[in-house]
Each structure stands twice: as structure tokens, then as C-alpha cells.
Write a protein that binds this ligand. Structure first.
Ligand code: SF4
Length: 664
């Protein structure tokens, strides 16, 4: 049996961890969630790196990472640290090391923390396929340990911290051959390095388990938390640096980051976070701060009552298995094998229902490729009911055939014949029997503390007497934990009714970015656990944009693919071209290719390894030169940058993955 990975899956409570000091900044223990980022300048350009580090610190970044690809770069860290000290900028620095143990030894002299990647510190990454016998495996582990040990010893002497930073896309061939590119392989890889640290009585260790796929990141961090608990049951564990790597830019990058980082913070996992965006690093800081603030606010909520001691809410928290549900036909099919539906909540219908229908049509037309699969409206009176009927007729006139879900008292249902399902908010203690007398599918929205009262879901199911066209949602708080509690209660009864995930609005968060991040957490985290048969977002001022966000969340949680999946690195001192500009250019040209995964990576040192499961890769190979990949295979070498976009498109065509941009 796997040890618990979290204090409780039903409440946002932090894992107990030891404190690791990085300079003056403590990670873990009682410290707040620390915010990190990474410079994108050439490390040997000391002035530029100092300047950017200072900008990051001023923006609220508490720890700054700088790449050290060579001994010369590692030596430059001394000048960078000295100049920052001279300017009174005390922010701790982390040297980022791949492939170069010698550079790590130099860097440890100058910075407060060293990050190593177990996949490439002393191991090979040539995508070679071969079997390792047990003796050969042990010899390899020992060889890597002996390469790593001097760094551990030096960090202990100097009082430096270490991050054992595993990446899904850059696992060593040895690990890949035995475990594949799995969370299990990532954890194994990290623990081999921890063995060396502990054998040297060195415990100033922070872990990361990054992936560009939020699902994989969530599973790997959970699995590592469980394995560490198995190694030292009941003891404070090592802190985790949480992030989703190569998340991309813009809304997609923020959504993916919020799903992965947010879901883990909701688990109570994550003592320091970095949001990796293909944008100027200063822009990462407010996103990371908003994610941390979202969690901090929720963790102050009173404890919700767990459904049952040891209750499970999903099939496997270490793997994605969609919760089995039966389908309900409510305008369209929800649940069962149907894709997770994307719907919008309109709220009250104004007197000018025709105007609303026209505004909707215009806004949704600006969001091609995606379909609104449901609209929720409120009905409180007979006048409201009449307006909804007018709206239904007007929607038909503007060719919107989204089924209507009506929130209101069951007594008004006969006056809204066009409602495809009736949504009944149920407060604690209310009798569900009246709602269940309706002659159409019913969604029971469990509000307030109801979801925390195990007996109430039982009462609903008893009153339903086997009725199948019943859906559940919850408006209880905090949303991720309320959804888990609901799922656990249904699971305990073996009830396969679909679950609708309703994003219940902004709460205290007012700006657009915070709203986007909260929606991505509240909807994306349950989806990654296999929970949710439909998502509903507030339509807001721009329904097309809200619906696009819904589909982006579905794509980020790997539930429905609508657009090209971009995996682009955040860039660093190794980057060989203007990554942000190139990414924007390629996105503009290829963003419509549904189901294609396209990687844009700054360098050939790490790029090919970290592209994970991309279909095509565009990777900087030298100044002004690009290597193009199909999967992991290098197919065109040193293409001049001016020609590389066209050659990439040609490659996509040649492999039958290109489609022309749909006519507007
Ligand atoms: S792939 Fe990008 S972020 Fe990673 S080392 Fe290369 S340039 Fe830096």
C-alpha cells in the first residue's frame, strides 16, 4: 500500500516539511510559499544578469535562478553575487546545472543553492534503447553517486542548499529503459540522488518533479511525497519546488501552470513555486504570487468534515482515470463516454432577451472551433420564466442551439418548457424530494456546508430511488475539496451520476488574471483527478472569451484537444534566439492544428531532451540556426532561422498533420 501523499485530500492543509535555508530565505517549515524565477540573460553578461536579477527581486521574486552551463558561466556567478551585494540586493541565487558537474562545483562557491538534474548530471541521454541487468544497474547507480558525492560534500561544507530537480522530458536513458517516461521513473531518479545526500548526512534538499503535462507533474509530485513518507513515516519531509515546465506563453501558459501548480497547492504540496512562461521573467512573478495567494486564502478556511475516515474520491491519485459515470441526456449527453462538456452561465436574463442572444452570437462567433454546449440561466419568477422562453426562441434565430439549464424553484418548471435540465440549489437541511419530482433531468447543486455532511448525499440518493437522470454539482467552498468530498460520497454509494463542475466566480479576486487562474485551478484540478463531466464558467462580459478559457482548461487538463499544444521553454542564458518573438510567430501560423504537439526550445543542450512527447520540434542549434525534429528524431540540421518557419510547416505537411486555416 502506498503511504499518504497529503495530510487530507479533503482540506487544503500543508504537508509537514523541514525548513531548508537558501541564504536568508527559508523554504518549507512554517515559511510562506516562496516565489522563484529564472534569468534569461547570458550569464557571462554580468551587467545584464545583475540588472534582470534586480528587476526580479523588485517584482517580488524571492529566489533567482541563473543558468551555469560551463565553468566560465559558473565563475561569472561570483561577479554577479558581488555586484548584487554591492547594490544591497540580498536575493539568494541558484545555479542551474545540466551535464556539467565541474561547473556545479565552481557555482557552489558563489551562490546559495545549486540545482542539479538527475537525468543529466552524470547520466546519459541519447535515447538509446538497451536492457540493464541488475549488476550493471547497480554499477551505474554507484558511478553516478560518485560523480555527485563531491558536490554534496562541498554544499554541506559551505552551507549551500541543493535542489534535486527531475524533469519528465530529460530522464536518463537508464531510467527510461526500466521505467519509461513515467512518474515512477522520475521519482526513482530523484531518490537515487537523495540516497547520496542522506549517506553524507546532508538534508538541505529541495525536490522538483517538473513536466510540461500538468497531469504528469501532479502524479509525480504526489508519488514522491508518498515515497518520502514511506522512507521516514511521520517525520517532516523535504520541501518541494513546484512548477509546470515549458508551459508556454499567454493564457495557455497561465492555464497550464495554474492547473498543475494550483492542484498541488490544493493538496498542500509545494513550498516554493516557479511559473515558467515564454515571456520576460518578471511577468512570471505576479502569476506565481496570485497562485500562492489563492492557496493561502483557502488554507485559512475552516476544516471541512471528511466524508469517511480513509475515504477515496478518485480511482487513483497517481494516475489519471476518469471517474466512471452513466450518461444523462440533457439536450446533449453528459457523462459516460461523452467528452467533458463546456458550458456558460448567463445568470439573469434581461428584458431585452433578443439583444442578449445577438450579443452572444457575436461574441461566440469570435471564438471559432469551439461550441457552447450549454447555457445556464436563472429563473425566480413567472416574468423570468417568460424571458427565458423568449431567449430560447431568439437563440434559435441566431443559430445557437446550446441546451438550457435553468436554476430556479421546481414550482416554475412547467413555465419553462425549453429547459433541458433543471438546476436546483439545495441548502443544508432542505428536502430534495420536491426537486426530484421534476419531469426532466435534474442537477442538484449542493450549496453551503451540505457537501460536508455525509448523510445529506445519502438522503438525496435515497429520495432519488434509482432515478438515473440526476446530476450533481456543488457550490460549497473551497471548490476543489468540496468536489472531492461530493465525489467521495457518491463513490461510497457506488453512484455513477455525472458531476458538473461549476466555477462559482471571482470571490474576492477582482482582476482578470486572478479570475483566470482561479477558474483553471477550480476546474482543472478535479479534471486531472478524473472528476467532472461538464464544466460551467460565468459568461462574463465576453462569453466567447470565457468559453475559450473553458476549452483551454480542458486542453490543459488533457481532457479535450482543440488547438495546437505548444511546449515552449521559458528561455535562459543558453537561449539562441528571441524565444518570445519566435513562439508568437509560430503560434500565429500553426495554432489551429488540433491535436498537434509542437515544441519550441531555446537550445540543443536541453531542448531535445525536454520536449517530452512533442510531435515536432523547433530547437536553437547555434546563433541564427535551427534544428527541426519529428518526434525525437533530428531531421533537418542548422536551418537558417529566416527559413525555419517555412521548413517547419513543410515538415508538418509532409507528415500529414497540416490543415489550412478554416475560413472565417
Ligand atoms: S531548453 Fe530553453 S530553458 Fe532549457 S536550457 Fe535550453 S534555452 Fe534554457
Amino acid at each position: 500500500m502506498t503511504a499518504p501523499y497529503v495530510t487530507s485530500p479533503f482540506a487544503p492543509r500543508r504537508r509537514a516539511t523541514r525548513e531548508v535555508l537558501v541564504g536568508d530565505v527559508g523554504i518549507g517549515g512554517e515559511n510562506p510559499i516562496r516565489i522563484q524565477s529564472m534569468t534569461t540573460t547570458n550569464t557571462q553578461d554580468v551587467a545584464a544578469t545583475v540588472e534582470q536579477t534586480e528587476q526580479l527581486a523588485a517584482a517580488g521574486c524571492e529566489i533567482v535562478r541563473i543558468t551555469a552551463p560551463s565553468i566560465t558561466d559558473a565563475e561569472a556567478l561570483a561577479a554577479i553575487r558581488a555586484e548584487l551585494d554591492r547594490r544591497g540586493v540580498r536575493v539568494p541565487l541558484v545555479a542551474d546545472i545540466h551535464y556539467t558537474p565541474n561547473a556545479a562545483m565552481v557555482a557552489a562557491e558563489h551562490v546559495e543553492k545549486v540545482r542539479v538534474n538527475p537525468g543529466n548530471y552524470a547520466d546519459k541521454k541519447k535515447f538509446a534503447v538497451r536492457e540493464y541487468g541488475d549488476a550493471e544497474w547497480r554499477a551505474e547507480v554507484e558511478r553516478v553517486a560518485e560523480r555527485f558525492r563531491p558536490l554534496v560534500q562541498r554544499c554541506r561544507e559551505l552551507g549551500r542548499a541543493l535542489r534535486i530537480g527531475t524533469n519528465h522530458g530529460s530522464l536518463a536513458d537508464r531510467i527510461m529503459n526500466r521505467y519509461g517516461d513515467t512518474p515512477e521513473g522520475m521519482v526513482q531518479s530523484a531518490l537515487e540522488f537523495l540516497d547520496v545526500c542522506e549517506s553524507e548526512s546532508f538534508r538541505d534538499v529541495v525536490f522538483s518533479m517538473k513536466s510540461s503535462n500538468p497531469q504528469v507533474a501532479i502524479q509525480a509530485y504526489r508519488l514522491l511525497a508518498a515515497r518520502l513518507e514511506e522512507r521516514a513515516p511521520g517525520e517532516p519531509s523535504y520541501p518541494f519546488h513546484v512548477g509546470v515546465t515549458e508551459a508556454g506563453s499567454g493564457e495557455d501558459g497561465r492555464v497550464k501552470s495554474a492547473i498543475g501548480i494550483g492542484a498541488l497547492l490544493e493538496d498542500g504540496i509545494g513550498e516554493t513555486i516557479r511559473v515558467s512562461l515564454t515571456e520576460h521573467p518578471v511577468k512570471e512573478v505576479p502569476v506565481a504570487r496570485a497562485l500562492a495567494a489563492c492557496y493561502e486564502a483557502r488554507s485559512k478556511q475552516p476544516e471541512v468534515e471528511a466524508p469517511e475516515p480513509g475515504a477515496g474520491y478518485c480511482d487513483d491519485p497517481f494516475d489519471h482515470v476518469r471517474r466512471a459515470s452513466h450518461f444523462v441526456r440533457a439536450g446533449c449527453e453528459i457523462g459516460g463516454e461523452a467528452p467533458v462538456r463546456a458550458e456558460l452561465e448567463l445568470g439573469d436574463v434581461p428584458e431585452d432577451a433578443a439583444g442578449l442572444a445577438r450579443r452572444l452570437a457575436v461574441s461566440l462567433a469570435a471564438a471559432p472551433n469551439i461550441e457552447c454546449e450549454g447555457l445556464t440561466v436563472n429563473v425566480r419568477s413567472e416574468a423570468d420564466a417568460a424571458r427565458v422562453e423568449t431567449l430560447a426562441a431568439e437563440l434559435r434565430l441566431v443559430d445557437i442551439d446550446a441546451p438550457l439549464a435553468v436554476v430556479g424553484p421546481p414550482s416554475l418548471s412547467s413555465q419553462v418548457p425549453s429547459a433541458a435540465r433543471w438546476v436546483v440549489p439545495l441548502a443544508p437541511g432542505e428536502d430534495p424530494a420536491e426537486a426530484l419530482g421534476l419531469d426532466r433531468p435534474v442537477e442538484l447543486r449542493l450549496d453551503g456546508a451540505l457537501v460536508a455532511l455525509p448523510g445529506q448525499v445519502d438522503a438525496v440518493l435515497d429520495a432519488a430511488r434509482g432515478r438515473m437522470d440526476l446530476l450533481f454539482s456543488t457550490g460549497a467552498w473551497p471548490p476543489v475539496h468540496a468536489t472531492r468530498t461530493l465525489a467521495a460520497q457518491l463513490r461510497a454509494r457506488g453512484a455513477g451520476h455525472p458531476i458538473v463542475l461549476r466555477h462559482i466566480g471571482l470571490g474576492s479576486q477582482a482582476d482578470d488574471e486572478a479570475a483566470l487562474l482561479a477558474a483553471a485551478i477550480d476546474l482543472g484540478a478535479p479534471l486531472c483527478d478524473g472528476l467532472g463531466d461538464a464544466i460551467v464558467l460565468p459568461a462574463g462580459k465576453d462569453p466567447g472569451r470565457s468559453l475559450s478559457l473553458g476549452y483551454r482548461i480542458l486542453q490543459g487538463a488533457r481532457q479535450r484537444t482543440t488547438w495546437t499544444e505548444f511546449i515552449s521553454c521559458p528561455s535562459c542564458g543558453r537561449t539562441l534566439f528571441d524565444l518570445e518573438e519566435v513562439t508568437e510567430r509560430i503560434q500565429a501560423r500553426t495554432g489551429h492544428l488540433e491535436g498537434v504537439k509542437l515544441a519550441i526550445m531555446g537550445c540543443i543542450v536541453n531542448g531535445p531532451g525536454e520536449m517530452a512527447d512533442a510531435d515536432f520540434g523547433y530547437v536553437g542549434s547555434g546563433p541564427g540556426r535551427i534544428n527541426l525534429y519529428v518526434g525525437k528524431e533530428l531531421v533537418e540540421r542548422n536551418v537558417p532561422e529566416a527559413e525555419a518557419d517555412d521548413r517547419l510547416v513543410e515538415l508538418i505537411r509532409k507528415h500529414g498533420r497540416w490543415i489550412d486555416v478554416p475560413a472565417a
